[in-house]
Write a protein that binds this ligand. Structure first.
Ligand SMILES: [Zn+2]
Length: 479
C-alpha cells in the first residue's frame, strides 16, 4: 500500500498523512448555510470531502466526521423575521433539501450532522474562555475578537492583514469594531429579530465561532483534517484558527484541505450570467445524478473544475461504460480457467488505483487505472482470451472502485423519483421543443448567433436534432 500524501493548505506542501490515533481520523467539514438550495459549486466541495472520507475508510481508518449546518446567520435571522416564522421553520426546508441532495449524489452521511442552533451554549462557553484570556472586547452589545493579540493570524491563507484599512469589509457583518480586521464573536440583537439570552448577553453568534465550538466539542481540541472550499480559507478558517488556538493553546487542525473553485463553461458561476445551477436545475434538464457525481469527482480537487454540458454528457457515457462492463462480467459466459497474466494485470490496476488516490486524492489517475483495465479486459473478451476464473478479481476491483466513486449502481431513476423528478423517457415535450426552436429563430433574426447556437446545443444535449431547411422553416427529430 502506498503512503497517503495530502496537500496541506497550512504550510502549502504535500505531506505524508498521519492521524493522531493510528486507526482513526477526526475530520470536520464546513457545511452549507441553509437559506437556499446548495449549488453545484458547493457540491464540488461536498463530493471532494466524500471521496476523501471514502478513501480513508477504504484504507481502514475509522471516521469521526462532523459536518455542520449553518442555520443561523444575518440573512437567515432577517428572512425568518420578515416571514414571521421561527429560524427552525425557515431553514428546515433547505436543510431537508440539502440532505436529499447529498443522498441523491451518493454523498455519505458524516458520523455527526449538527446544527449551529443546537450548540449556542457551546459557542457561549468558548467565547467566555476567550474573554478570560483577554482576546475579546465589547462594543455596543457585541463581542469582538482582537486579532492584534494573535500574531499568527494569517498563517493559513498567508494573507497580509496589516494592510487592511479601517472601514474595509473583510467580513459580512456591519458592526463597530476597533480594527477593521477584527470580527464579531457575538452580535447584539436587532429589533424584531430572534436573539438568545445568555450569560454573555443577548444576541446571536457570529459565523466563525460556530465551527470552532462544534468541531472541538465532537472531535477534541486538535482535529486531524479540516476541509472546505478554498473561498473559506480566508477569513472563515483563519478566524476558526484564531479562536480555537487562542482558547486552547493547541493546534486546531493538523491538515487543512481545500477544494478549488468550479467554473461553468469557463466562466464564474453567477445568477446574473444565467449559469447558476442547483442539482435540481440539472435534474430538471434530464441529467442524471451519477453523471453529475462522476463529473464533479473526476477532476482532482485542487484543480479548477470547468463544468460544461459536454463534460456532463461525457461523464454520463463513462458511467454507462462502467455499468455495461460490470453487466458483461456478470452475465458473460467465458471459457473456464484463468487468462495468462490477467491476475497480475488486475493487481497492477488495483495498485495504480490506490497510488492515484494516495497521491493527494488524484481522482483522474485513479479513474485512468480503472478505465485502462476496463478497456484491456473488454478487448480480451472480444478476442475470447478472457477466462471465467478471472471474473471475481475484476469484480473485486470494481467493488473497491465503487466504494470511492459510487456510480455503478443503476439507481438514477429511483433517486430522481424520490426528489420528485420523473425519469427521462421521451425527452422534452413537443411544446417545449417548439418554444425553444421559436426562441432560436428570433435569436437568429436579431443576429444573436451565440444565443441561437446555445439553444441548438441545448436541444442536441437533450436528444433533439434540428435541421434548417432552405425555405427558412425548421424541422426537428428525436435522436
Ligand atoms: Zn466553518
Amino acid at each position: 500500500m502506498n503512503e497517503i500524501r495530502f496537500h496541506n493548505t497550512l504550510g502549502g506542501k504535500v505531506e505524508a498523512f498521519v492521524p493522531q490515533k493510528p486507526a482513526e481520523v477526526r475530520m470536520y467539514t464546513c457545511g452549507p448555510t441553509v437559506y437556499d438550495y446548495a449549488h453545484i459549486g458547493n457540491f464540488r466541495t461536498f463530493v471532494f470531502q466524500d471521496i476523501l472520507r471514502r478513501f480513508l475508510k477504504l484504507r481502514g481508518f475509522k471516521m469521526k466526521h462532523v459536518m455542520n449546518l449553518t442555520d443561523v446567520d444575518d440573512r437567515i435571522i432577517a428572512n425568518a423575521a420578515a416571514a414571521g416564522v421561527s429560524i427552525r421553520d425557515y431553514t428546515e426546508k433547505f436543510a431537508q433539501a440539502f440532505f436529499d441532495d447529498c443522498k441523491t449524489l451518493s454523498i455519505e452521511a458524516p458520523e455527526h450532522w449538527i446544527r449551529a442552533t443546537d450548540h449556542i451554549d457551546d459557542m457561549v462557553k468558548l467565547i467566555e474562555r476567550l474573554q478570560k484570556k483577554s482576546f475579546t472586547y465589547p462594543g455596543e452589545g457585541s463581542i469582538y475578537y482582537r486579532i492584534a493579540k494573535f500574531p499568527q493570524y494569517g498563517k493559513l491563507s498567508n494573507i497580509d492583514v496589516t494592510g487592511i484599512q479601517a472601514g474595509a469589509r473583510v467580513d459580512n457583518d456591519r458592526y463597530e469594531k476597533e480594527s477593521a480586521r477584527d470580527f464579531a464573536l457575538w452580535k447584539a440583537p436587532k429589533s424584531g429579530e430572534h436573539f438568545w439570552d445568555t450569560p454573555i448577553g443577548k444576541g446571536r453568534p457570529g459565523w466563525h465561532i460556530e465551527c470552532s465550538a462544534m468541531a472541538m466539542k465532537y472531535l477534541g481540541e486538535t482535529l486531524d483534517i479540516h476541509t472546505g472550499g478554498i473561498d473559506l480559507a480566508f477569513p472563515h478558517h483563519e478566524n476558526e484558527i484564531a479562536q480555537s488556538e487562542a482558547a486552547t493553546g493547541k493546534p486546531f487542525a493538523r491538515y487543512w484541505m481545500h477544494s478549488e473553485h468550479l467554473l461553468v463553461e469557463g466562466e464564474k458561476m453567477s445568477k446574473s450570467l444565467g449559469n447558476f445551477y442547483t442539482l435540481r436545475d440539472l435534474f430538471a434538464k434530464g441529467y442524471k445524478p451519477s453523471a453529475l457525481r462522476f463529473a464533479l469527482a473526476s477532476v482532482p480537487y485542487r484543480k479548477q473544475l470547468n463544468f460544461t454540458f459536454d463534460g456532463l454528457q461525457q461523464a454520463a457515457s463513462s458511467v454507462e461504460r462502467l455499468r455495461n462492463f460490470a453487466a458483461r462480467l456478470a452475465q458473460g459466459k467465458f471459457p473456464a480457467g484463468n487468462q495468462k497474466g490477467m491476475a497480475a494485470r488486475i493487481g497492477e490496476a488495483a495498485e495504480e488505483f490506490d497510488a492515484g488516490l494516495s497521491d493527494d486524492l488524484n481522482t483522474a489517475r485513479a479513474l485512468a487505472a480503472a478505465f485502462d483495465l476496463l478497456r484491456e479486459t473488454n478487448i480480451a473478451m472480444d478476442k475470447d482470451d478472457f477466462r471465467q476464473g478471472d471474473v471475481p478479481a475484476v469484480q473485486e476491483f470494481l467493488a473497491n472502485f465503487n466504494r470511492i466513486f459510487a456510480v455503478m449502481d443503476d439507481n438514477d431513476d429511483e433517486r430522481l423519483r424520490a426528489l420528485g423528478f420523473g425519469p427521462k423517457e421521451s425527452g422534452p415535450a413537443d411544446a417545449e421543443i417548439e418554444k425553444l426552436i421559436a426562441d432560436r429563430q428570433s435569436a437568429r433574426q436579431r443576429r444573436d448567433f451565440a444565443a441561437s447556437d446555445r439553444i441548438r446545443k441545448e436541444l442536441a444535449d437533450r436528444g433533439i436534432l434540428i435541421e434548417d431547411s432552405k425555405d427558412g422553416s425548421v424541422r426537428w427529430k428525436r435522436k
